[in-house]
Design a protein around this ligand. Structure first.
Ligand code: 5GP
Ligand code: MN
Length: 331
């Protein structure tokens, strides 16, 4: 399950000048962004050329991260994204285990025969990487990025990079509430704080930055769209395209809504169904030994982690919900 070619990756980055493209998944979260931007800074510090390319845009509350202004968003500039990927002689893929997670970028990423390096914490990495740091026990990809930089070139770790890494760890653990939280996570966090990371400031920027619409959408989701299946210890929330439009939905506005299902006593599985233009996006969360990755992968061709997975369902909202109810029966 764990693979680490740290030494080989050090070597690949210690030699000649490389032209690196750093890529992560669609709907990039704090971990995807933090890992990509911190690695970009490291690569530039090492004298390489490094550009971050993402399939689509990020929530506003990450717009303060260092370097985010230069990220190339493929949904906005597809030709530029393609040119950068085709020109690179090294692909660094972070916080995703399979190239299909980069959706529109998948085919161009596959089409070029260059060295491909992975840094990630999802299970079952695809067999397309030449070198990988892949560790499912890490809370986040940013935890792995911290360890890599700390071992390789700690002198290059500046405050901006520490903030990117902290943001990835904080957001992937639900602000230190769930997931693979270990002493390792807190030790790294302590070192980041020693580096100067201001936790209260980042909490304000990331968590206390709701628009009024976003807060009202959260209220609506819980009062009007929450279904509790007490005998299955499960809950789900669905939001239609009309619901999202009614609240002037922006990227990131639905982040965290799925966790409210788990806040109910006795509820150990929570799912959020979102109606997007081309598919229904599922977010699945669980507690303890309940493995939602099994539901995501077996029924919805998705994946992720034991307690946090996602999937795209091509069908109607009703079909998606019914399939989930069937999965619960068979669990
Ligand atoms: P979220 O529900 O926050 O979008 O995602 C939860 C976890 O599942 C993340 O680790 C994310 O990378 C993964 N994930 C989300 N959507 C998909 C998907 O469509 N396919 C796979 N394989 N993983 C996903
Ligand atoms: Mn992650």
């Amino acid at each position: 399950m764990e693979s680490t070619h740290k030494k080989e990756i050090f070597d690949a980055l210690s030699g000649n000048h490389r032209n690196v493209v750093v890529v992560s998944h669609t709907s990039p979260d704090g971990d995807a962004l933090g890992a990509a931007l911190a690695m970009q800074s490291l690569l530039i510090g090492l004298g390489h050329c490094a550009t971050v390319v993402l399939p689509d845009s990020f929530p506003d509350y990450y717009s303060w991260l260092f370097g985010i202004g230069e990220v190339i968003i493929a949904s906005e500039c597809p030709d530029k994204a393609k040119t950068v990927i085709e020109a690179a002689d090294l692909q660094l893929i972070v916080d995703m285990n399979a190239l299909k997670r980069a959706q529109s970028l998948e085919s161009v990423l596959r089409s070029v025969a260059v060295q491909r390096i992975l840094i990630d914490h999802h299970i079952f990495p695809e067999n397309v990487f030449d070198l990988a740091i892949s560790d499912v026990n890490a809370s986040s990809t940013c935890e792995l990025v911290y360890e890599f930089i700390d071992e390789f070139r700690p002198d290059l770790m500046n405050l901006s990079m520490a903030e990117c890494i902290y943001t990835g760890i904080a957001t992937d653990t639900g602000n230190f509430f769930h997931g693979n939280l270990t002493a390792r996570t807190f030790n790294i966090t302590a070192k980041l704080i020693d580096k100067g990371v201001d936790v209260i400031r980042i909490n304000q920027l990331v968590y206390n930055a709701f628009s009024e619409n976003r807060l009202r959408l959260l209220g609506f989701s819980i009062s009007e769209r929450l279904h509790v299946l007490t005998n299955k210890n499960a809950a789900y929330i669905y939001l239609t395209a009309d619901d999202l439009n009614q609240f002037g939905h922006n990227e990131g506005d639905t982040e965290g809504i799925v966790n409210y299902g788990l806040s109910l006593k006795g509820i150990h599985i929570s799912v959020l169904f979102l109606e997007k233009p081309e598919f229904i996006k599922l977010s699945l969360r669980s507690e303890g030994e309940i493995n939602v990755n099994l539901i995501a992968s077996k029924y919805f061709d998705g994946g992720g982690h034991k307690n946090a997975s996602g999937a795209h369902f091509y069908g109607t909202m009703e079909e998606a919900i019914n399939l989930f109810l069937k999965a619960l029966e068979e669990l």
